[in-house]
Write a protein that binds this ligand. Sequence first.
Ligand SMILES: [Fe+2]
Ligand SMILES: [Fe+2]
Length: 166
Amino acid sequence: MPKQDLKGGKAARKPATRKPAAPATQASITKAKLIDYLNDDLAKEFQALIQYVQHAAVITGPQYDAIRVELAVHSNEEHAHAISLSEQIDFLGGTPGVDVATVRVSEIAKVMLEQDLEGELDAIARYKARIAQAELLQEYGLRRALEDILMIEEEHARDLQNALDL
Ligand SMILES: [Fe+2]
Ligand SMILES: [Fe+2]
């Protein structure tokens, strides 16, 4: 893959609301950068767990009875991911953050589920990149923890796709 040159124009024009996902083959990945990326992932796990609590409480409609129960389960699983990431960040010598990425809400059930699905698809892409980065740094324990998280995020995405009839 050619060397990334996203940092110049694009980042300068638009203040970074999110970090660009580092390409998996990026040779310049360092432990410090990986800790930063993991803290970004952690903020999004905190977001997801809060978002699922809120959506599970307010979603209405008989067709959403099954997914309402699932959303509460998802919230508990995002909590477990936050604990796992925090431990991994600490093992790597970093400090686990306490930031929460922006929680998305809606009054429309379908929109809530779409917001949740977008978050899961983003998480899947981020954790695939993170697994490759852990591999490059020979952080095999971290890689294993991330693989476990990735499998659950894929289940979450499938649950939401089913609920949305996708
Ligand atoms: Fe998660
Ligand atoms: Fe998830």
